[in-house]
Design a protein around this ligand. Structure first.
Ligand SMILES: *[C@@H]1O[C@H](CO)[C@@H](O)[C@H](O)[C@H]1NC(C)=O
Ligand SMILES: *[C@@H]1O[C@H](CO)[C@@H](O)[C@H](O)[C@H]1NC(C)=O
Ligand SMILES: *[C@@H]1O[C@H](CO)[C@@H](O)[C@H](O)[C@H]1NC(C)=O
Ligand SMILES: *[C@@H]1O[C@H](CO)[C@@H](O)[C@H](O)[C@H]1NC(C)=O
Ligand SMILES: *[C@@H]1O[C@H](CO)[C@@H](O)[C@H](O)[C@H]1NC(C)=O
Ligand SMILES: *[C@@H]1O[C@H](CO)[C@@H](O)[C@H](O)[C@H]1NC(C)=O
Ligand SMILES: *[C@@H]1O[C@H](CO)[C@@H](O)[C@H](O)[C@H]1NC(C)=O
Length: 559
């Protein structure tokens, strides 16, 4: 499973880890903690990280008429505490060489080659004839690392990051080991309803009321206590309400992967640009709290959030906090069957049923390899999905529902983006070709100038999606029924175009690959509307006690 390759290559900060993996430096970070794809593999992800970050450094120095040294120092101060320490560490390590090579060369591509981080001269982000950002006024300076400025030792944090990015995708802060956490990042409440008691595994979102002790909020939905007749509020207001949780297992699109575009646009970089980077990395660069399936944060002037969970909660306030997002960047059907699905926590006898989305929209047909042979076959796909379903049948409570989301049709990515400008200042075609050349593209098959290859990738995606219908026709499971929906990008795009929009406005600008915030919002509505038409009973009734719950329990403890 190439689970973190995609995110890792584009990250400025993890550029740091990549570089540390590339050179032997005397720090106490054992080689064994580095994930495989951050170890030196043909220069690929290290080269991408080096080239992207030094391109930004160079552009920033040009825009602000500063020397490379001033720029390196200044940009490091833009990163908060631990991240700033990593930045400073790297500048201390490489600063003088970077300055030296920027004296000689016009492009970060050449500097990263000179630093021996990039090894294939034909792989360039800026082809040789590109305009350059060489600063004519620039005077050579020696880098003087007398004052290392490192304030905080970041290695413990980096190890935690690596663990959460590569291991079981379970909350780090979870005393009672119920897979729910009082913390928000590190697979905490941004991903799964917040644990209101982290010392007792019987107290967790989604569980049924324990009538013997009504003053405890067993399921953390903020409804507890007794009325004057000593009747349990949970029982009175939620007991027969048909409450049901919302769960998604899937890939980076399910978890809502999104790299902030301002991180990669030198004109926008300022002292606040990287302020949120620590939380963002601790959430694996995903935004499950704004996703189509489990989003819960309120919309703001900047972005709109709608999700299946929010609409389920609106129907029945007893569903508060009953969501789990098991999305993992890079997950495909094999990885989900062998690993990711075990991060689910639903107790078949003591929890409420769940509306479970299985969304694997691309990684079975996508990789950085220059071949279609690594794609999952329909036989393998069917086997993997059946393994997942058989496991779910041992975990999901009776009365649950499983919604399959088909694979994307990624040809549209190339068609709508290839000649547009990426935030890094070159075309998407150049960015895609650079990543393909390094074999670190998230999807060589779709982000590819060759139409034959894009079409072959789309055909396999269609074939795999068709497996779901075969499964629905040929299998029954005890604890859930099943429904298939196409990945709704085409439907959403059609409506968007009809309203005068452009397709590129629906795609993540930095990776040129994932559905963005607008699309997540529209998908959240789309799935709920579809289910309202096709299976209104799956959504549970509208709870007639919602007003009472609201007046007695307010925001029900928030998130
Ligand atoms: C389900 O929950 C009950 C009570 O919390 C517990 O006793 C039981 O072991 C759980 N079952 C599983 C499979 O975890
Ligand atoms: C219900 O609560 C009682 C009293 O606190 C406790 O002994 C029992 O284990 C609980 N049962 C479950 C299933 O959590
Ligand atoms: C930094 O840039 C953002 C836009 O990207 C802007 O909203 C913000 O005010 C700027 N902050 C400072 C301190 O200049
Ligand atoms: C980009 O390419 C599309 C065809 O894929 C074409 O319709 C459009 O005019 C081109 N835009 C620019 C700015 O060249
Ligand atoms: C980069 O930021 C500038 C300033 O905000 C903006 O005008 C430009 O469109 C951005 N570039 C891209 C490709 O988004
Ligand atoms: C596109 O890919 C196909 C299949 O690999 C190959 O036969 C063809 O020559 C390629 N076309 C171009 C223009 O490179
Ligand atoms: C599954 O259950 C439905 C409804 O009970 C039944 O009509 C169908 O024949 C069953 N299919 C299989 C493959 O057992």
């Amino acid at each position: 499973m190439n689970s973190i390759k995609f995110s890792s290559i584009l990250l400025l900060l993890l550029a740091g880890i990549a570089l540390i993996g590339a050179v032997k430096v005397p720090i106490t970070l054992p080689e064994s903690v580095l994930p495989n794809n951050l170890k030196a593999v043909n220069g690929g992800s290290h080269c991408a990280a080096c080239t992207l970050s030094l391109t930004l450094v160079q552009q920033y120095s040009f825009i602000h008429e500063k020397s490379i040294q001033e720029t390196l120092d200044e940009i490091c101060t833009f990163f908060p505490s631990k991240a700033g320490s990593v930045c400073t560490f790297l500048v201390d390590l490489f600063g003088s060489q970077i300055i030296y090579y920027f004296d000689k060369y016009n492009h970060a591509d050449d500097v990263c080659h000179a630093l021996n981080i990039c090894t294939s001269p034909e792989c360039r982000l800026f082809p040789n004839n590109s305009p350059n950002y060489f600063n004519e006024e620039h005077v050579h300076q020696e880098y003087d690392p007398i004052d290392p400025k490192v304030q905080e030792n970041p290695w413990q944090w980096i190890q935690e990051l690596i663990n959460i990015w590569t291991s079981e995708h379970l909350p780090i802060d979870d005393l009672d080991k119920d897979k729910f956490s009082p913390m928000d990042t590190f697979r905490g409440s941004n991903w799964r309803g917040k644990d209101c008691d982290d010392t007792d595994a019987n107290i967790r979102p989604g569980t049924l009321e324990n009538l013997s002790e009504p003053n405890i909020d067993w399921n953390c939905n903020g409804i507890f206590g007794v009325n004057q007749q000593q009747q349990s509020y949970e029982d009175l207001l939620c007991g027969n309400s048909g409450a049901i949780g919302t769960i998604v297992s899937g890939d980076s699109a399910g978890a809502h992967f999104s790299l902030p575009p301002q991180w990669f646009n030198a004109s926008e970089i300022n002292s606040t640009t990287y302020a949120g980077i620590v939380d963002i990395l601790e959430d694996e660069v995903d935004w499950p709290m704004r996703s189509a399936y489990t989003g819960y944060v309120p919309s703001t002037a900047q972005y709109s959030v709608q999700s299946v969970y929010l609409q389920m909660r609106e129907r029945n306030l007893c569903n508060h906090r009953d969501y789990q997002n098991l999305g993992v960047n890079g997950a495909n059907s094999g990885g989900t069957a062998s690993k990711v699905m075990f991060s689910l926590n639903r107790n078949q006898t003591h929890d409420k049923p769940a509306l479970f989305f299985l969304e694997l929209i691309g990684n079975d047909v996508c990789s950085g390899h220059h071949t279609l042979d690594t794609q999952t076959t329909t036989e393998e796909f069917e086997k993997n999905i059946l393994t997942i379903l058989q496991y779910l049948d041992t975990q999901l409570p009776m009365g649950s529902h499983v919604v399959f989301v088909g694979l994307a049709q990624g040809g549209i990515l190339w068609d709508s983006l290839w000649n547009r400008t990426h935030p890094i200042g070159t075309t998407y075609e150049n960015v895609y070709n650079f990543l393909n050349c390094l074999q670190v593209s998230p999807c060589w098959g779709w982000m590819n100038p060759n139409e034959t290859i894009r079409d072959a990738t789309s055909q396999r995606a269609v074939d795999l999606s068709a497996v779901y219908d075969v499964i629905i026709k040929n299998y029954n499971f005890t604890h859930f029924d099943m429904q298939y929906y196409d990945f709704p990008f085409a439907a959403i795009n059609q409506e968007w175009l009809a309203q005068g929009g452009q397709t590129w406005e629906l795609i993540e600008p930095v990776d040129g690959f994932h559905p963005n915030q607008i699309t997540n919002y529209l998908m959240g509505k789309y799935f709920f509307d579809q289910l309202s038409q096709d299976h209104p009973d799956w959504l549970g009734d509208i709870n007639p006690n919602n007003n009472i719950i609201q007046s007695l329990f307010g925001n029900q403890g928030g998130y």
